[in-house]
Design a protein around this ligand. Structure first.
Ligand SMILES: Cc1cc2nc3c(=O)[nH]c(=O)nc-3n(C[C@H](O)[C@H](O)[C@H](O)COP(=O)(O)O)c2cc1C
Length: 483
């Protein structure tokens, strides 16, 4: 790896020419607005906000971190000029189970530079932004890693679950139903036991990405990301909770969630592009200990209308994981898969296959809709033939409108896994949703008689571009000659 922690990563991004420093942007308005602009602009830089009015110089926020393929490649330790499919293939190799590396426990690290306990805890010392105008509060935790442990085993789970500031010593943590952290939390609550938790705001970007992805059941994201890095993460056993905290984290809040201590959380601008889950009573973390580095950096990944920053990297990584899960489920002939950013990499996924037998395309569609990567808050899965480019929404929709016929091509799955964030489900019945599988492959029974597509095929296209691509280069405008 070319970097050791978030700070090192920022310097490597500076070397690539993809970092901008911004001073004096306000937490009330500017930072949220600028981040939205960056999220919705292709190839936009990462931005480090400093000198935020009302806060000490050096208390910084990093936004738009992994918005380009170059920066994602840097995060994964891959060549920065890598193309889409090699990136996905290398990512899958790096996350093969045998590579996982458990973290190494150390006694000290930069996160211990500032330690506050009890009365000294002050979460308001950080410049948490108001990311969207209608948010119910300031969110310190957006690019956050929440660390919880299974009460019945040694499994330590890292998940990105948002964190809203209530006051100097209390924050609210929202975890959607079904997420691993929620299953752990609920297991403590059922026993009326306090649930230990660490909230990490600002951490090595690879560990953050791991905490946002569907890492296999029972596998700690520490081990999984350590395997990609080829080196164990260093962790310190946090004294209040006994949980492992990253030694080079920027900010860590430690304490417990309780089944009977809740406060209103939200509304918050969410990844579907709406303030959909509104305001609900959610568990409060009473912060018992606070740790931070000198001049801490908050990693800011606030949701915006999709596609926004994480979708730019999740299009590669979730698509790769979907490919792996289809193959693991025994679906043969899978050529490619794509989780579209416009659907937040969840609501609209496409799979291409080389059809081998009757029923094959439906099998691919149903597995894609219900495997671990596809199950939570999905909506539409489209299955296409191998000649369709699954990353090109025009190509995929062309297949839908020319190869499918609604009467024979649609399946609906009812009562699937959804939750409060689903904007299409009425507020009082949220929990389940349905899925549509669109089989946009040539019908198996008469595939040989299906009209021949005009083409050209991908190879012919490449040849034409090689020979004739110069015609597409911009020409200088010819000056008008006065007559
Ligand atoms: C930027 C970002 C923010 C997220 N915020 C939340 C959140 O507030 N609550 C939640 O339950 N999931 C959230 N997620 C999704 C989870 O982090 C994701 O599903 C992850 O796989 C959960 O880990 P788990 O599978 O170990 O539970 C977020 C994802 C991203 C990329």
């Amino acid at each position: 790896m070319e970097y050791r922690d978030l700070r090192d990563w920022i310097e490597r991004v500076r070397d690539l020419g993809e970092l901008r420093d911004v001073r004096a942007a306000t937490w009330e308005e500017d930072i949220g607005r600028v981040t939205e602009m960056l999220h919705h602009t292709d190839d936009s830089p990462a931005v480090l906000f400093d000198d935020i009015p009302g806060y000490p110089s050096g208390f910084r926020i990093l936004a738009n971190a992994n918005a380009t393929r170059k920066r994602l490649a840097l995060t994964l330790g891959l060549p920065v000029d890598i193309e889409r499919r090699p990136l996905m293939d290398r990512f899958l190799e790096l996350t093969e189970q045998g590579r996982a590396l458990a973290p190494r426990v150390v006694k000290d690290g930069p996160v211990m530079e500032n330690v506050m306990r009890g009365d000294d805890v002050d979460v308001l010392k950080f410049p948490s932004p108001q990311w969207h105008p209608l948010d119910g509060g300031r969110y310190l935790g957006t690019g956050v890693v929440d660390i919880l442990k299974d009460p019945d085993s040694d499994w330590v789970n890292l998940g990105t679950y948002r964190v809203m500031v209530h006051d100097a010593k209390r924050v609210g943590v929202y975890i959607s139903p079904g997420k691993h952290g929620r299953q752990f939390r609920d297991a403590y609550f059922t026993r009326r036991e306090p649930c230990p938790i660490l909230v990490v705001c600002g951490v090595d970007p690879l560990l953050f990405i791991a905490s946002t992805l569907e890492v296999p059941q029972g596998v700690s994201e520490y081990d999984w990301a350590g395997g990609i890095r080829g080196e164990p993460y260093e962790v310190i056993t946090e004294p209040v909770t006994g949980l492992p905290m990253p030694a080079s984290a920027e900010i860590v809040l430690a304490g417990f969630l309780h089944h009977d201590k809740k406060a209103p959380e939200g509304p918050f601008g969410e990844w579907t592009g709406y303030y959909a889950s509104g305001e609900r009573a959610e568990p409060v973390l009473e912060v018992e200990a606070l740790y931070h580095r000198d001049d801490p950096i908050i990693l800011g990944v606030p949701p915006n209308k999709p596609p926004y920053e994480p979708h730019r990297y999740r299009e590669y990584l979730r698509s790769a994981l979907l490919l792996r899960e289809l193959k693991a489920a025994g679906v043969p002939g899978v050529v490619d898969a794509h989780c579209f950013g416009v659907g937040g990499c969840r609501l609209l996924n496409a799979v291409s296959i080389e059809q081998r037998y009757a029923g094959h395309s439906r099998q691919a569609g149903h597995v894609a809709a219900m495997c671990r990567v596809g199950a939570y808050l999905g909506r539409i899965v489209i299955v296409v033939d191998e000649d369709i480019d699954v990353t090109d929404i025009n190509d995929v929709m062309w297949a839908v409108v020319t190869r499918s016929d609604p009467e024979r091509s649609l399946d609906i799955i009812n009562r699937a896994w959804s939750g409060p964030l689903d904007p299409a489900i009425a507020p009082d019945v949220k929990g389940h949703n349905s899925r549509m599988i669109i089989d946009a492959t040539r019908p198996w029974e008469w595939r040989d008689k299906f009209p021949i597509a005009i083409g050209p095929d991908a190879e012919t296209k490449r040849e034409t571009r090689k020979k004739w691509g110069h015609l597409l280069a911009p020409q200088p405008a010819r000056e008008k000659v006065a007559r």
